[in-house]
Write a protein of this length. Structure first.
Length: 369
């Protein structure tokens, strides 16, 4: 297959990077020698942590201090560190079903039993979550969740849902691993505050995030946001010794030169445009029988096929047209069927993105005959 329309890969667009500005900063950092040596502190570069803490405090209206952060090589490293610290082999980690497929594989590397709890329109099914926790008495140590513009469904949980989940963690004695990757990528009204805001310093919520979607993916720059005591425990499992000093110097200098909120606002406007193009194309070209909803943020549209149409057949026809989509079954702990797909609108150029929506519609009509 010659791939022309890639709706499968969940990457950001290269357009987000202010390349000229970053090139100037990178050249100056390298020339100064500041980015040459290893990273030093296991917690990460101090100025970069100060910059990220200031951004999180301002953008989310939730107090964050430098001491609350550990810098990591992307958010996946952060997820791995938290899981390995808070669980033992044989413990249960609960995830949304469906969820970010890579996280499931990563959690299993800690030799935990990963159990899926269904997503409903308002987020993780809390009634079912309680039932699963009670059924695994004492073994559930961690719940991994993406509360804002979830990958892959695009669902955002309400403020009341978030407050109830945090209260449940306190009552039933488990920790929440909150992935806030898409929290600031809203295209209409902002989502409720992150789960961290409802924790009130109790340490039940550990939040991870990344600059990949809002600055430059190849910087591999993420963080853990937790109490200082928790962070001192997490660094015992920091297998990379320290995150990149060069990347940290570039990020620190970038944040020093201008408010990071301006970069995020620019990126949000860019993704908002792509979101509108793809939603318009799906509205125009997709058959009425396709189940999908318009997300208010993030990268993805989650679509469901009718019972007489399988994704296997859709993929066969799509590949013949140079189109690919992400099979929804790969996002489930226990796939219920073969009729869902995740469509990423964030990476493609605008004209190709509109064409992808048109070709997808034509493929779906052919598959439904």
């Amino acid at each position: 297959m010659t791939l022309v329309y890639d709706l499968k890969t969940g990457y950001p667009t290269s357009e987000i990077a202010p390349l000229e500005h970053l090139s100037q900063i990178a050249a100056a950092v390298i020339a100064s020698g500041k980015g040459f040596q290893y990273g030093g502190s296991l917690h990460g570069h101090e100025e970069a942590r100060q910059g990220i803490a200031a951004f999180l405090s301002t953008a989310l209206n939730v107090p964050c201090r430098m001491e609350n952060l550990i810098l990591t090589t992307g958010a996946l490293t952060a997820i791995d560190m938290v899981c390995r610290t808070l669980t033992q082999p044989g413990d249960v980690v609960i995830v949304e079903d469906p969820t970010f497929f890579f996280a499931v594989d990563l959690l299993r590397m800690s030799h935990c039993e990963v159990v899926g709890v269904p997503m409903i329109d308002g987020g993780l099914d809390l009634e079912r979550l309680r039932e699963v926790i009670m059924a695994h008495a004492g073994r559930v140590k961690l719940v991994y969740t993406i509360p804002s513009f979830q990958n892959p469904t695009g669902i955002t949980s309400s403020a009341a849902h978030r407050a109830e989940l945090v209260q449940m963690a306190e009552t039933l004695n488990f920790h929440i691993l909150e992935d806030m990757t898409y929290q600031t990528l809203y295209y209409e009204a902002p989502p409720p505050p992150p789960l961290k805001a409802y924790d009130e310093g109790q340490g039940r919520v550990i939040t991870v995030g990344s600059l990949s979607k809002v600055l430059m993916p190849s910087l591999r720059f993420g963080w853990i946001w937790a109490t200082t005591a928790q962070n001192n425990a997490f660094i015992r499992f920091k297998s990379d010794a320290s995150s990149s000093r060069l990347a940290a110097e570039i990020v620190a200098e970038f944040m020093r030169n201008a408010p990071f909120e301006e970069q995020v606002a620019r990126v949000r406007a860019l993704y908002r445009r792509k979101h509108a193009i793809f939603v318009e194309a799906l509205t125009e070209f997709a058959p009425d029988w396709l189940g999908w909803s318009v997300p208010n943020g993030g990268f993805f549209v989650w679509a469901t096929l009718p019972q007489d149409v399988t994704l296997t057949n859709v993929l066969r026809l799509a590949h013949a047209r140079g189109l690919d989509v992400f099979p929804g079954r790969a996002s489930y702990v226990t796939p219920p069927h073969d009729r869902t797909m995740r469509l990423c609108f964030a990476m493609l150029e605008d004209d190709i993105l509109h064409g992808a929506g048109r070709v997808l519609g034509e493929v779906l009509y052919a598959a439904g005959k």
